[in-house]
Structures are given as C-alpha cells and as structure tokens.
Design a protein around this ligand. Structure first.
Ligand SMILES: [Zn+2]
Length: 314
C-alpha cells in the first residue's frame, strides 16, 4: 500500500468540487479554434504556438511544452524515460532552443517524469507541487492493474516544490489544481505573453483520462479542476492538455458540461447502492463515446474514485 498521509482532506476537496459544480456558466463565448492557427513543424515533431513556444508531439508520448529562451529551454513535462533522447534532440533543434534548464512535472506519472533523472544529474531545476515530489519518493501500485511504479532516485526528484502558486522571473506563472482531477499533485503552467496554458492530464484532448484515485484523483475533482481552469483562461487562450490536440475555451466548456453530467449520473448510481460493474453496465457515458471512445475503464475508475472520496468508511 502507498502512504496516503499527504492526501488533502477529503472534506475540503468535496466542498471545493461541489461548490464548483454548483456554479452556472455565463454566456457562451465565441468558438475559438486553436488548432486552425497552428503550424506543424515536421522536422522536429513540434507544433508552434508562438515564436518561442512549442508542443513537442512524439507518437505514443504525452505532450511536452517547450519554451525556448535563446540557447536553452524550459519544458512542461518531459515525456517517458525511453523518449528522453528524442525529446532533448527535438528541443535542441527548435529555434532558440538548446539544453533544458528547467522542467515542470505536471504530476508524478512516468509519462511526464522521464527526463527527471538526466536533468537532476545535470543540476537542472525540476519544479513540482509538493504532493508530486512525495509520490515520486514513494513506490506506488495501481490496485486495478497491479502495475507498480518504483520511486525515483533522490537526484531525479523535483528540487523546487511549492504548495499553491509561483512565478518565475520570466513572468511564467504556475499553480496547484487542488481539486485533484487526475492526482493530488496536478499543476498548471501559464505563459502570459503567449496566452498558453499547460494543464497536463487534468485535461485530455484525446481519449478518456485515467482517474488515478490511488494518488488522489477523482471524478468530482475533474469537474472542479475544469471549473477552476475556466477562471484562468480567456477566449483566446491555447490550452495544452496532457494528450491530444491543443484546445480552446469552447472545448473546455464542453468538457466541463460533460464531466458534470457524468459526475451527477455516477453519484446517483452510488446513492442507489450500485457497484462499479453495474455503473459500467448502465453506460452513463453512452452519448459521449463516439467522440471519446469506449468509456468502460474510465467509468469504472471514476466510480471507484467516488468510493474513495464519498463513502464514509473508505
Ligand atoms: Zn497522468
């Protein structure tokens, strides 16, 4: 078992999520299609968001946001360990790119933290929310699959952590997403000059997310985090999710509506005394599957996450 000592208070999280879910959205902003304005740079697998800001997109890997700073780069997420070399080469080949000097871990998963060890050994800055550092210093096992994750060596763990928010000298702002959409260490990074927001797996652009309730994520937190992200962005913000294409405000609003609907349906099933298998059979995400794919695994994890958060004896 993993230690749950640093989980946030369940009551506080529920309060935050219920408060967020109770809010009514204002008028619909005009559809903003972020994708239309992006140019693919096929030589480096990079999509250019601004002169100095790129998404490195390698098949099978999570999105890596690269901010080039003239002979160096800051990254949001670092890909999986096997992609380390490819990502560092891609970053070095970007205009103004070079060696990575700063890395954000949006959360602890291996798909985001593969560069930690080489960068830590090179004395570079690795920034994460404190809960992410704690998970990276702990062995974790996913009970639903038996998959085991070994703690990272000390040198690979984040060496600059925070609790709520922070700002770099360059004006880049970052903050905690305390709702626990995906894990209890989710963070966002906002690039104000380019109006780009990187949110890791707190949002997905492609496919259902993994609700990692072992390390604090839950479906109510997914609703709460999207509501919180709505307060950070404007109609021109380009939102980079952990996977899939760059999103805009309209995508965010649609996802918020969808997850709120799913949260309501799942809590109703829970209140009727149903179990995870029955929740899956009820097909509560049926009308969304054409866009997002088969939801069975997602529904099972989401329902289990309600047990973790809402059951009095969990
Ligand atoms: Zn993840």
């Amino acid at each position: 078992m993993v230690s749950l000592a640093h989980r946030p208070s369940r009551r506080a999280v529920i309060k935050a999520a219920v408060g967020a879910a109770g809010l009514v959205l204002g008028g619909r902003a005009q559809l903003f299609s972020a994708q239309a304005s992006l140019k693919a740079d096929t030589t480096s697998n990079a999509i250019r968001l601004a002169d100095d800001l790129f998404v490195i997109s390698i098949p099978g890997e999570a999105n890596v946001v690269a901010h080039t700073t003239g002979g160096g780069a800051l990254l949001v997420d670092g890909g999986s360990p096997k992609a380390s070399d490819a990502i560092q080469k891609a970053v070095a080949s970007l205009p103004g790119g070079g060696p990575v000097h700063t890395l954000f871990n949006t959360h602890w998963h291996p798909e985001q933290t593969g560069l930690n060890e080489p960068l830590g050994k090179a004395g570079k800055t690795i920034i994460a929310q404190e809960n992410t550092r704690l998970w990276l210093a702990t062995d974790v096992t996913w009970p639903w699959s038996g998959q085991r994750f070994k703690r990272l060596p000390k040198i690979a763990q984040p060496n600059k952590t925070f609790y709520d928010t922070g700002e770099l000298e360059s004006g880049i702002r970052y903050g905690y997403l305390p709702d626990c959409a995906h894990t209890d260490g989710d963070l966002y990074v906002y690039f104000p000059k380019q109006n780009v927001l990187a949110v890791g797996d707190a949002m997905s652009g492609q496919g259902w997310p993994v609700v990692d309730w072992t390390t604090g994520g839950w479906i109510g937190g997914q609703v709460g985090a999207l509501q919180r992200i709505l307060t950070i962005v404007n109609e021109k913000t380009m939102i980079v999710p952990g996977r899939g294409p760059v999103l805009g405000l309209d995508d965010l609003k649609r996802q918020f509506d969808m997850y709120q609907t799913l949260y309501d349906r799942l809590t109703q099933l829970l209140n009727k005394g149903r179990g995870p298998g029955e929740a899956v059979e009820a097909k509560p995400a049926k009308e969304f599957e054409a866009q997002w794919g088969n939801a069975d695994e997602f529904i099972r994890r989401s329902f289990e996450s309600l047990w973790a958060y809402l059951s009095p004896d969990a």
